[in-house]
Design a protein around this ligand. Structure first.
Ligand code: FES
Length: 68
């Protein structure tokens, strides 16, 4: 299912990015995939998809949201 129409990003691609980057940090994943960089209407759905996917991913997540 497409999450970001402008960039043609699917929920599967988000899942793959979470797994390959070993992070569920929304900013990092969205930036890496270019999600929200055009019209921006997909950001909320993309973050929800990301959090949903990462909660199902059986691996230790590195939360880098506190990095400055
Ligand atoms: S739908 Fe994602 S930037 Fe437009």
């Amino acid at each position: 299912m497409y999450v970001c129409i402008c960039k043609g990003i699917t929920d599967k691609q988000i899942q793959e990015a979470v797994t390959s980057r070993n992070t569920n940090n929304p900013k990092e994943i969205l930036k890496a995939l270019g999600i929200g960089s055009d019209c921006g209407t997909c950001v909320e759905d993309a973050v929800n998809t990301l959090l949903e996917q990462s909660s199902r991913t059986p691996m230790e997540m590195k939360d880098s949201s506190n990095n400055s």
